[in-house]
Design a binder for this molecule. Structure first.
Ligand code: ARG
Length: 597
């Protein structure tokens, strides 16, 4: 990587110039004074050496430190990475990369492929999507699914071992009434799968009965007890209900090509009693005062928490809830899965819940080196900033939402095809795309558009859902990006030589004009961007990069002819590197890639 190469030289220089000073080298990308990077180590170095009374002879200021460092950097630059190294201000070192080195790095992408930034392999658990059985999977779950998937893709690309965990809400007292209702309406449930067309409606019906029919309510309570006691029949009925939900969820996951492993709330149920007992033993979980019926709950007020409400690890009726399950889940992930990094992708409203869970886990002494992240996101709103609903005020069915985007893309393509045919555009060659290819393209475009619209804003903000905006081929959209990719692929497809042939011939990349150098720099930022997006868990960084890269290509292509130009071979190599980076970037964003549209 660019930064890797720069860092290596700076580290060697620092060890050489100040062998006894133990301070980390600090390099940052910069646009200042037209430089590529800045070495900002001198100030801290000066500080540490001064504090230790170890300033070398003749070094009186951070600037002196910077001068010595810069001199050593030039000496250690054996590969001629730097065009120039300059000390500025109080002791900053501006680094200008050499064009020859940039050109070599671009060529390396063609020869070796698009590689991830180097990183130590970690065991990561990403808890995302996580809808609830028999309740609607709403736009919030869709956001979690899309953002969580991209986070997994980034982590996997960086070489981590990732568990994509779907923490489905498949447990709780509501199953009592669902099972009771199932047994009433579909007495044959044990010999054939219950034909429940609309599980949400089924839930509503059950709830209605539960609220008004005392006998039903009693049966429902009995069913919960039986289910929790592991009664075979109740468990079977419970599974039937979960299956109906699971089939619905699968439709979304398969359309979006999101891979998830279901480890629902029910999985942790058997671990809860032990975990709660342990939390009591160490004095973290404490009984509340008795209620009117003489019962008490068990709660945790994590020391130092800013939240006033406690975690409820056991309810006053002895039952377990969302908090109990998440305490058991975090315990399981740390001790059984031995995870180094836990990521939870949910709406921002659950921030306080995860603060408490993390605080309690720390207070319990469970957390040593592990990194814990709640990765929150804002609400999905309509064009007017209101909660997203259908015109009639109902919640939007996600399958319909996705299909709508695809249909709109398909209609648009059809309209353009008819128009092109009528006007004789494309030099008389009407786009000869077969219907299946158009179907495929509209799926890639439509699903891609929904995903990208979700990813491109900072996830912490709310986002306004608008088909017009997300499908705009001229906006910052997946449609725009996919069209740009197809254009680049078409240039390469029509070139007289392939990149592989050029590599075999030993052709080189040469950076002749400003636009070429700018494009090379942008291509080479890839690893840094991936590193940054992964460390911060902010996929929008990657979207900004993709959009900027396509913009840089457009600027390049306006002034640089490729085919039949004197620079043809170099430019084909450059576009091949660009295509590789774009494909990889789209893949990380969960988008497909279209060779032609
Ligand atoms: N099922 C929850 C919901 O729909 C999300 C679960 C998130 N993950 C967790 N471990 N609590 O809001």
């Amino acid at each position: 990587s660019l930064l890797g190469g720069v860092l290596a030289v700076c580290e060697a220089a620092q060890r050489d110039a100040f062998p006894s000073a133990a301070a980390a080298v600090n390099i940052a990308p910069t646009g200042r004074a037209g430089a590529d990077y800045q070495n900002n180590s001198a100030l801290a170095l000066y500080g540490t050496m001064k504090a230790a009374g170890a300033l070398p002879e003749g070094v009186k200021s951070p600037r002196d430190v910077a001068e010595r460092l810069a001199e050593r950097m030039r000496a250690h630059d054996r590969e001629a990475i730097f065009a120039k190294v300059e000390v500025a201000g109080a002791g900053f070192i501006n680094i200008f990369l050499s064009e020859r080195w940039l050109a070599e790095r671009v060529k390396a992408i063609v020869t070796h492929g698009v590689l991830p930034p180097p990183s130590r392999q970690l065991e990561v658990v990403v808890d995302f999507s996580s809808p609830n059985v028999a309740k609607e999977m709403h736009v919030g779950h869709l956001r979690s699914t899309i953002i969580g998937d991209t986070i997994c893709r980034l982590l996997e690309f960086c070489g981590h071992h990732v568990r994509r965990v779907n923490h489905v809400g498949d447990w709780g007292t509501q199953f009592g009434m669902l099972i009771a209702h199932l047994k009433n309406v579909f007495p044959n449930y044990s010999s054939e799968p219950p034909p429940i067309a609309n599980l949400q409606q089924f839930y509503k019906d059950a709830k209605l009965l539960f609220d008004k029919d005392e006998a039903f309510k009693k049966t429902a309570h009995e069913e919960v007890v039986k289910l929790q006691a592991g009664d075979g029949n109740s468990r079977y009925a419970w599974e039937q209900i979960c299956n109906v939900s699971r089939r619905e969820f699968e439709k979304i996951y398969s359309r979006l090509e999101v891979d998830l492993q279901e480890v629902g709330e029910s999985f942790y149920n058997e671990y809860i009693p032990g975990v709660v007992a342990h939390l009591e033993e160490i004095g973290l979980a404490k009984p509340t005062d008795e209620d009117a019926e003489g019962r008490c709950a068990k709660v945790i007020f994590p020391p130092g928490s800013k939240h006033e409400n406690p975690l409820i690890v056991t309810k006053s009726d002895g039952g377990y809830g969302y908090d109990s399950t998440d305490m058991a889940a975090i315990w399981y992930r740390i001790f059984e899965l031995r995870a180094d990094w836990l990521v939870y992708v949910t709406d921002a409203g659950q921030g306080p819940h995860f603060d408490l869970i993390f605080e309690a886990a720390r207070a319990a002494g469970w957390v040593t080196q592990q990194r814990l992240d709640h990765c929150p996101f804002g609400m999905v709103c309509d064009e007017h900033g209101k909660k997203y609903k259908t015109r009639s005020g109902e919640v939007v069915r996600l399958v319909d939402l996705l299909d709508e985007a695809v249909h709109r893309m398909r209609d648009g393509m059809e309209a353009r095809r008819v128009e092109a045919e009528a006007s004789g555009a494309y030099g008389g060659r009407a786009p000869n795309m077969a219907a299946e290819e158009m179907d495929h393209a509209s799926r890639v475009l439509g699903y891609g558009a929904v995903k990208y619209a979700d990813l491109k804003g900072n996830r912490n903000s709310n986002y306004n859902f608008s088909y017009e905006r997300m499908l705009d081929p001229k906006g910052n959209t997946a449609v725009y990006l996919l069209y740009a990719g197809a254009r680049i692929s078409s240039i390469l497809r029509n070139a007289p030589v392939t990149p592989a042939q050029l590599v075999a011939m030993g052709a080189a990349v040469e950076l002749g004009c400003e636009e070429e150098t700018a494009l090379a720099r942008e291509i080479l930022r890839f690893q840094e961007v991936v590193e940054d997006a992964t460390a911060t868990l902010l996929p929008n960084t990657l979207c900004e990069y993709a959009y900027g890269l396509c913009g840089q290509f457009t600027k390049f292509y306006q002034v640089c002819r490729v085919i039949d130009s004197p620079q043809q071979n170099s430019r084909i190599l450059m576009l091949s590197a660009l295509e590789g980076v774009l494909r990889k970037t789209y893949r990380l964003l969960g988008l497909g890639y279209l060779e032609r549209i």
